[in-house]
Design a protein around this ligand. Structure first.
Ligand code: NAI
Length: 676
């Protein structure tokens, strides 16, 4: 029988090679159609059993990327979720209980449901190359493995290693997966088929769990380890916001003595999580990210050489990041000593990224060339300017470099606040200027704002978006307007926090209120980290157009050189890079503090929608989540407004307006949000 997604190949040794090549999809995912066909195939094979079955991917981008996340979005009740999961379980159980050997031959990504299928096989052989990774990343979508993977990974790798992999959701290299016993063999690509065949024919006895793992799995030991795991998880993911890791830990703690029962309970646990708002919002965030990725099409731009001007905090890191992503980069600064610093920092970045892979470190260093004279200007396809935030200084530079630039080369500025229209006035071809606004620290922040000035050519805009993808960032198209999207939305929230400290509320309590909402870092700690001078200058620029008052407290701190982390003291004292916090600080009504900050944040997000700073609600939510870390499990500020109810929140704004003043006045857009 012919299948749409699978192809059955039988060889002379009576081995059945089951090729997966999901129709109409660039990636193999375990959609309902794929699983239904697999079910039929397994029934068919049970009639005339081969010596063994080998699962193979015919896609060159990976084995199986996971379940079809699209299908999650159609699940609305726990019963639907249970049925969905039960079908997957039935198929995995069928594979596991086949009377013949089964092998997963893994090349490329093997994640989530794909890894669970591999774990249901008798053996797993894995390709030893850079692009092959395995993992169980479900936790990032607010669930945990639901096709039997939680049980089978623990049975193979032991509780500590397997739980760690599931709780972090990280991808594992072949070396790590092999050492954990998640895969049975790791071989170069040319030997992969031979290895799969070897396992079918020889059926070696799988490595059993070690004595230590058996002890850890013991009924009396599990509660102790489970508590330790809960404490570790709580540091990053509080239970009220992220229930999945806690449910996974409890599942193991309660049911490991009886793996069959644990499989059944896994379904119950995941079914309750899938329908929970956290998972639904994290799935939403996944799609928002995919949407950002489609904003830039790599084929629109094929730059070879990037020239960065300014080797300071931002320029240095931008240059290093571009070299790390494979571009030839020259980096220029008027001060040679800045370039020495850039090279040193770049080496640190490469070492962090590539760890022991000395070759990649050396190759990245070779691609990055300090250039005191600006020799790279003539060769560059893209010039990124990251010099002082001063219009005149920037324009003087532009005037001197424009005549040297290659035809068609792009000039991009990393300015945080100067309108592109103003900068472009000095250019002969103002259409070639675009904003590529990186966030600090460049290596960690996934978002780049791609800023369209009034004069920016459409082609240049598309090329800049494409560049965002080439360097593996998420490019967000934004209109050139003060603060663009991210800084503009962040600033009222930060200033409200500073205002509250000015009222005598402990910074620790202000930060705690924001953490309670789900922000990754409190605003006061954030302000100290960014630098109060930087905050003040962005706020000053924004205050020209917005209802923003610079808190006196901030002014005076900057005057007294209390700039935050970099000067050793800001709102907090900083010791060894960490803020010293008063553990005894208290405040009776944290919810009020939370509301004051968050409502200003939401109001500004709504204003950006009205002014079309970014084209759609989804893009605003995406930009804010990836640019500020806004509580991802809430699905973005505009989504949060809809989920809470427009009327409820705009009433709250009115109350705050009466209590604290007009900075809480609801933006006009709230009325139209209600009708949306
Ligand atoms: P910085 O002061 O650390 O570095 C600026 C560098 O530019 C200095 O090394 C200086 O020697 C060099 N420079 C100045 N004029 C030059 C010229 N004519 N030719 C060659 N080199 C010159 O500044 P930072 O923080 O890196 O900011 C650079 C730009 O990035 C600014 O436009 C800023 O608004 C923007 N930005 C800054 C962020 C931050 O967190 N610091 C975040 C996002 C954007």
């Amino acid at each position: 029988m012919a299948y749409q997604n699978w192809m059955i190949e039988k060889d002379d040794d009576d081995i059945c090679w089951l090729h997966l090549d999901v129709a109409d999809s660039s990636t193999n995912v375990l959609s309902s159609a794929v699983l239904d066909e697999l079910n039929q195939i397994l029934n068919e094979l049970a009639q005339s059993l081969p010596k063994g079955i080998v699962f193979v991917s015919d896609k060159n981008n990976g084995f199986i990327a996971g379940a079809d996340i699209n299908e999650f979005t159609h699940i609305t009740t726990e019963q639907q979720a249970t049925d969905f999961l039960q079908r997957g379980h039935d198929i995995m159980n069928k594979i596991e209980s086949l009377p013949c050997v089964s092998v997963a031959m893994i090349k490329g990504f093997c994640l989530g449901g794909g890894m669970e299928l591999a774990l249901a096989c008798s053996y797993r052989v894995m390709c030893d190359d850079k692009s092959t990774r395995v993992g169980l990343p479900e936790i990032k979508l607010g669930i945990h493995p639901g096709y039997g993977g939680s049980v089978r990974s623990i049975l193979k790798a032991g509780p500590v290693a397997a739980m760690n992999a599931m709780l972090t959701g990280r991808m594992l290299t072949g070396r790590v997966a092999k050492s954990m016993n998640l895969v049975d063999d790791l071989v170069p690509e040319r030997q992969l088929k031979r290895a799969a065949r070897y396992f079918v024919i020889n059926k070696p006895i799988p490595r059993p769990l070690g004595i230590k793992d058996k002890i850890m799995n013991h009924r009396l030991v599990r509660p102790l380890i489970a508590n330790q795991m809960r404490k570790t998880v709580a540091k990053k993911a509080p239970q009220q916001h992220y229930p999945a890791p806690y449910q996974l830990i409890s599942l193991w703690q309660k049911h490991m003595d009886n793996p069959r029962r644990m499989l059944e309970k896994e379904i119950e646990s995941v079914a309750s999580l899938v329908t929970n708002p956290t998972a639904q919002n994290l799935v939403r965030v996944f799609f928002l990210m995919e949407n950002l990725k489609t904003q830039g099409r790599k084929k629109d731009f094929d730059p070879r050489h990037i020239h960065v001007i300014g080797g300071g905090v931002m320029g240095g890191d931008i240059a290093a990041w571009c070299a790390l992503r494979g571009f030839n980069v020259t980096v220029q600064d008027q001060k040679p000593e800045m370039l020495a610093g850039t090279m040193q920092r770049s080496l640190t970045m490469f070492q962090k990224k590539f760890k022991k892979d000395k070759r990649s470190i050396r190759e990245s260093m070779d691609r990055l060339v300090p250039d005191t004279k600006g020799v790279g200007i003539k060769q560059a396809d893209l010039i990124i300017e990251a010099i002082f935030e001063d219009k005149n200084v920037k324009q003087t530079l532009y005037k001197s470099i424009e005549p040297q630039m290659k035809e068609g080369a792009i000039l991009a500025t990393n300015t945080s606040s100067i309108p592109l229209e103003e900068l472009a006035t000095c250019l002969k071809d103002p259409g070639r200027l675009v904003g590529i606004h990186f966030f600090n620290p460049v290596a960690l922040m996934p978002l780049v704002e791609i800023v369209r000035g009034e004069n920016t050519d459409e082609k240049i805009m598309n090329q800049a978006l494409a560049f965002g993808r080439h360097i593996d960032k998420l490019p967000l198209p934004v209109k050139s307007s003060p603060g663009f999207l991210v800084n503009r939305i962040l600033m009222p929230y930060l200033l409200e926090a500073v205002e509250m400290v000015g009222e005598g509320i402990a910074p620790e309590m202000v930060d705690k209120a924001a953490l309670n909402f789900g922000m990754p870092m409190g605003p006061i700690e954030l302000a100290d980290t960014v630098g109060l001078d930087v905050c003040r200058s962005v706020a000053t620029i924004l205050s020209k157009d917005q209802n923003l008052n610079l808190p006196k407290r901030m002014e005076s701190m900057v005057e007294h050189k209390k700039l935050g982390k970099k000067s050793g003291e800001g709102f907090y004292k900083w010791v060894k890079g960490k803020p010293v916090k008063d553990k005894n600080a208290s405040y009776a009504n944290l919810k009020e503090l939370e509301d004051r900050m968050i409502m200003r944040f939401l109001n500004e997000a709504a204003a950006c929608l009205r002014e079309k700073v970014v084209a759609t609600e989804d893009l605003i939510d995406a930009g804010v989540i990836f640019g500020t870390g806004f509580a991802p499990f809430r699905g973005g500020p505009l989504h949060y407004i809809h989920a809470q109810g427009v009327a409820t929140l705009s009433n709250r704004l009115d109350e705050l307006n009466k209590l604290y003043g007009t900075r809480f006045k609801a933006n006009e857009v709230w009325d139209s949000l209600g009708s949306g």
